[in-house]
Design a protein around this ligand. Structure first.
Ligand code: 5PR
Length: 381
């Protein structure tokens, strides 16, 4: 980019996708504003697993030391069926990290601000047009060289552009909590267990409940409680403590903490858009490709695509930006499509309970390096 006047970007949504795109653009000389409709800047949700693809993006943004300060790399991903260990995967050769969503959010927000991004809370984007105009809830407008809709699964930017999409709901859903680790109490209940592992507790005795146990640091534990949407007891919030504790007795202390939180049950869904861009507008993250969480790549794909978009538009001319966006979608989208399809397959079949699943196709996205300029040569061709 050689223009003497900074190019401008208006971004709807201060989530992981929007903040990643904003930071990458600002670090490349763009003048960037991010609009968050919430009055508070904060992350929704509990914990998150990040894989090599998004960790490489964070490396490039320069935030890896900040992220690591409050994250961990568990020794194994352990899978259990009816409390028998099915597999313990060391995930050798696969970079990963567990952390809370609030921590990742703060890291990205800090990076965005340090790069000069203006993040505006309480600013609702109601739509955009292909020429780069955004409209706001108060009726005002702005124009920019680039507009990004990173405004989530219910994206106003996507809908205002009239981009057709298909949505598929899966049978399962999940309630997610951040609770204290309670290491001593858990160790007392099950001394032989390595409670630093991620432990994927499956059960097929009755209705197929599952608890995904993910330590995020010394103090905080992410637990995700999965049940079918059609199961009224399993999907109830606040959680049915008797049901969950009788199925997973060794988790009693942390389930008790979860039961004290209101909680929200999220049904899994996949959405696929006809196209991710129109003119000077692109949609990223859940606005573009909501996916089942089985492969833990929803935010990972979002950050990957946010980063590659920033690079693609920076390399383009201002006039050539719409074509550059189309080309970006053409080269980057197929891997996200495959990741969505696989994640939905795992959700539909529940076959992660067979263990040993982090191999071959299921880790294609985890091993992808969006910061490698040669990534579309030979091996990914
Ligand atoms: N992995 C992670 C996760 O949070 C979920 C799943 C897998 C890290 C649920 O949110 O299979 O649903 C899953």
């Amino acid at each position: 980019m050689t223009d003497s006047v900074a190019r401008t970007a208006e971004i709807a949504g201060a989530g992981f996708a929007g903040l990643t795109a904003a930071t990458a653009l600002a670090q490349r000389g763009w003048r960037v504003r991010v609009h968050e409709r919430g009055e508070q800047l904060r992350a929704e949700g509990a914990g998150i697993v990040l894989w090599g693809n998004s960790l490489r993006v964070l490396d490039d943004l320069g935030v890896t030391p900040d992220l690591r300060a409050n994250a961990m790399v568990p020794p194994h991903y352990e899978t259990r069926m009816n409390n028998r260990i099915v597999s313990q995967e060391a995930l050798e050769g696969i970079r990963w990290s567990t952390q809370t969503r609030p921590h990742l959010f703060q890291v990205l927000l800090t990076a965005a601000r340090e790069a000069g991004v203006e993040v505006i809370a309480g600013s609702t984007v109601t739509g955009a047009t292909p020429d780069g105009t955004v409209t706001f809830g108060d009726g005002s407008r702005a124009t920019a060289d680039l507009v990004i809709g990173a405004d989530g699964v219910g994206s106003a930017v996507r809908d205002s552009l009239g981009i057709p999409f298909a949505r598929e709901r899966a049978r399962d859903g999940i309630t997610r909590f951040l609770v204290p680790r309670r290491k001593d109490e858990l160790a007392a209940l099950e001394p032989d267990t390595d409670w630093d592992n991620v432990i994927d507790f499956w059960n097929d005795d009755e209705i197929g409940l599952r608890v995904l146990y993910t330590p995020c640091n010394d103090d905080e534990l992410y637990i995700a409680l999965m049940a079918a949407a059609a199961d009224p007891r399993g999907s109830r919030v606040p959680i049915d403590l008797d049901l969950w504790t009788s199925t997973f007795p060794q988790l009693a202390p942390v389930l008790k903490d979860a039961a004290a939180i209101a909680g929200k049950y999220y049904g899994y869904q996949t959405s696929r858009l006809d196209h991710w861009t129109r003119g000077r507008v692109a949609v990223i993250g859940d606005a573009a490709h909501a996916m089942c969480p089985a492969l833990a790549q929803g935010a990972g794909c979002a950050m990957t695509n946010a980063f590659t978009l920033a690079e693609a538009v920076t390399a383009a001319s201002v006039d050539g930006l719409p074509e550059a966006l189309e080309e970006w979608e053409r080269v980057e989208r197929p891997l996200t499509d495959r990741t969505q399809t696989r994640s939905q397959w795992y959700a539909d079949t529940r076959s992660m309970r067979e263990g040993g699943q982090f191999v071959d196709d299921s880790v294609e996205m985890a091993l992808y390096d969006p910061t490698d300029p040669r990534r579309h040569e030979e091996q990914y061709a």
